[in-house]
Ligand binder design. Structure first.
Ligand code: ZN
Length: 155
């Protein structure tokens, strides 16, 4: 007896003999899916290995190739009244704001690292981070966090 299975991805039908484990996808899509998973895992590995430094050179690694400038800006608003959590005011530091800035900084660094990976790099050197108050709107303060650096390939 044969089973007709329609692919959950492209909808095309494939015929399988009974006794086989019935796949959810046609051979073409399942091959494609495997490749995508592999690509994704490779990218995740690259994300783990990439390093960003603020100096323009490594003390212990050699720059093999300079790939170009990478930059990213992140603009976000912080509520003046609502988000200035007084319980988190510690030694004069507004921790709730600090957290937001910290998250924004991680985000812009990740973004330039992703860009560097796209360029074929495995490091970003000369990273410069800026944080600016753009202005206030009602009780919201708009902040800009930006990161810029040079994507490189190092050994
Ligand atoms: Zn398919």
């Amino acid at each position: 007896m044969n089973w007709v299975v329609s692919c959950t991805r492209c909808g095309s039908s494939s015929v399988y003999e009974s006794g086989q484990g019935l796949p959810e996808m046609c051979p073409v899509c399942s091959e494609k899916g495997k490749k995508e998973v592999k690509k994704f895992l490779e990218k995740e590995q690259k994300r783990k290995e990439i390093i960003s430094i603020s100096t323009s050179e490594f003390a212990n690694r050699k720059i093999l190739k300079t790939l170009g400038i990478v930059s990213h800006e992140h603009v976000f608003g912080v509520g003046l009244v609502k988000e200035l959590d007084l319980a988190k005011f510690n030694g004069g530091i507004a921790l709730s704001w600090t957290e937001k800035v910290h998250i924004g900084r991680d985000l812009v660094i990740k973004s330039i690292e992703d860009e560097a990976i796209e360029l074929g790099g495995n490091a970003v050197v000369g990273v410069n981070i800026i944080c600016q108050v753009l202005g206030a709107h009602n009780d919201m303060v708009m902040l800009l966090i930006g990161a810029r650096g040079t994507a490189v390939a190092v050994d």
